[in-house]
Design a protein around this ligand. Sequence first.
Ligand SMILES: Nc1ncnc2c1ncn2[C@@H]1O[C@H](COP(=O)(O)OP(=O)(O)OP(=O)(O)O)[C@@H](O)[C@H]1O
Ligand SMILES: [Mg+2]
Ligand SMILES: [Mg+2]
Length: 769
Amino acid sequence: MSDVDSPVKVPTKARRRIVESDDEDEAPASKAGASPSKKEAKVSSPPAKKPKIEEKPAKKPAPAGPSKNGKPLASIFAKPVPKAKEEDTDDYKDRAVEEEGEDEISDEEEQEQEEKAAVKLASIFTKDYRSAPPDKAWKEGEPLPYSVLVTAFEKIEATTKRLEILGILTRFLLMVAKREKTTDAKSSNLLKAVYLCINRLCPDYEGTELGIGESLLVKAIAESTGRNIAKIKEDLRKEGDLGKVAMLSRNTQPTMFKPKPLTVPSVFQSLTDIAKTSGNNSQTRKVGIIKKLLAACQGNEAKFIIRSLEGKLRIGLAERSLVVALAHAIVLKNLGDKKISPEMLTQKLEEGAEIVKGVYSELPNYDLIVPALLEAGVEGLRERCKLTPGVPLKPMLAKPTKAIGEVLDRFEGKEFTCEYKYDGERAQVHLLEDGSIAVFSRNSENMSAKYPDLVEQIPRCIKPGVKSFVIDSEAVAFDLETKKLLPFQDLSRRKRKDVRTEDITVRVHLFAFDLLYLNGESLLHMELRERRNLLLEHFQPVEGEFGFAKSSDGTSSEDIAAFLEESVKDGCEGLMVKLLATEASNYEPSRRSINWLKLKKDYLSGVGDSLDLVVVGAYYGKGKRTNVYGAFLLACYDPDSENLQTICKIGTGFSEEKLAEFYNELHPLELSGGPRNDIEIGGAKPDVWFEPKVVWEVLTADLSLSPVYTAAHGIVESRGISLRFPRFIKVRDDKGPDEATSAEQVAEFYQRQATAAGKSRGGNVDDFW
Ligand SMILES: Nc1ncnc2c1ncn2[C@@H]1O[C@H](COP(=O)(O)OP(=O)(O)OP(=O)(O)O)[C@@H](O)[C@H]1O
Ligand SMILES: [Mg+2]
Ligand SMILES: [Mg+2]
């Protein structure tokens, strides 16, 4: 591939690169790029986004222009972000309300906004839309062509408007759902299309994952196209997107015969085969399957095949949009051609979305949800899909607070409880009707293999009469001799796999704090007090193995302060403060809820909590540290765009041993082609870039607006936010890059710090939904 036939580096959202001169140690980047060259500008595929006023004006400033490997054209920071006109506000209504600020918006304004959003929502789903014929490329009775899905991906990639994305996806899923003859999960086109949209192959907890390393993919591309590896890497440096490189490479290879076009089921199958290949020769076998896939690719398909293999589609399609689109598609399918007013239609769509969202957070398994939706529509979904032991639900999360005063601000006059905040690992323990026990981590990984001792211990804490349950708890390292809790590190040092009970030196003590399911009944809709009573009633403490989270229902600030001290003396991190009564104390799966507050002793003087950030780059060491990386570039995650946003350079808090260890761990993740295009770089210029895999917990003195980094840009101000004096705490191997601290959380930290201590903003900005 030469430069001449390379298409323009369009400003897609995956290419939002922002730059400014680095304030610390780097030269101004203004000369790095001027404007797109003519050659670049005339090429139009894939479609460049029109410059437009964004529907999320404060959130996503339009890209400054084409960029190339972190050397974009102009700074978005320099320009004030345009305020969107009312008509352009086609985002979800709740979002619009949220961004105006909860407190400042009047009821009438709110109602007006809601009405506008409702009409807009209904207007996309006109009757015409509903009765649209299926894509011509898809012949009746045949499996869904992959090209049809790819067309939808291309359209989604070309916009950042959430409502537009929702429309494209709904139309696509509706078309597939209408043709679906089966409700059998195995042969469902719809189910496989759903999985490919979110780039997964099965429910999270089953653990089959994509995420093939760059070098293997480069090798497969080279072998399937006859190009040499060095050339491919060179292209990669230019494009920042291996998918695009694969797509452009293919064209140069003359084909002897035409392989059968790819279909959604065949691609799904091949990806599953690749993910499951292990053992001897697995690399070679993987390359073999990838080559076959690439050989059959047409048009833009290779781009998405490669990105899927990398582990991320990077089209800005958040899973929550998929869930809503799926709900809408099923509602529309079941409406058929029926006439219905826009208001009614909107209501039906919204109700449908609420149902599917609710069910998905209790039972995150499309294998069960999609067939149930096809069979019984949204109306019959709750009946068929409920919280089920064996399927981990997404855990409820807590909001940080900086002071006891802040807790009282929230909970004054309400019934609440303080519990010890144990410093271990979240453990969701399930007892299935068949007597088997499963333990799941915070991100729904099956941990039963890591904790065989725990699985052995559990039966001893169950009182007679208990047939099935789901407990929410913290697993903590425990010293049997001193009867003291050990720091989290002792737990994380345990092996993750093939652990044999007799080899275990660090004991696990479980501290249960919630009961979510008991003997066939979901308890999610009960008040916390009732759930806690049931927990105490049906389980019993076992010395050194199982206990209930220690709690105090004292509500004065003195009581809380004393209990906080006590918790720290006992080896805990601080307190969790929870609402105890009323509907607001129900268990909210997947929500970072304002009804659960964390009060961490260590962090009271900082910003209230630590951050979990992705290691995306590194700087070579100086002096004694020349053989290792001396500092690292960290990033937060923006789930809306699926991009990582740089937040700080970190070089303190590391021992020599740690630096050596990190070098060994990170060196294999170095990207030869420079940064991937899902990193919003800003002005950072590390010496090497990594595949985003590793997450670190980091503490900061405070946060400030930054001319260099891009974290949360556009939320508080057009500029990004960075951490001042960041300090490494520990590796978070229970979190992946997608679970890193979100852009909105970063903005919230910044805002909380700006407001007086004790005053905080509400909202649920970084919920899954
Ligand atoms: N009594 C308790 N109630 C609820 N959670 C508890 C309790 N004791 C300990 N925990 C742990 O505290 C966690 C919440 O605080 P923590 O800051 O440790 O979360 P995290 O894993 O870093 O996630 P995030 O910072 O994203 O909330 C829970 O997920 C749980 O693992
Ligand atoms: Mg913790
Ligand atoms: Mg945390």
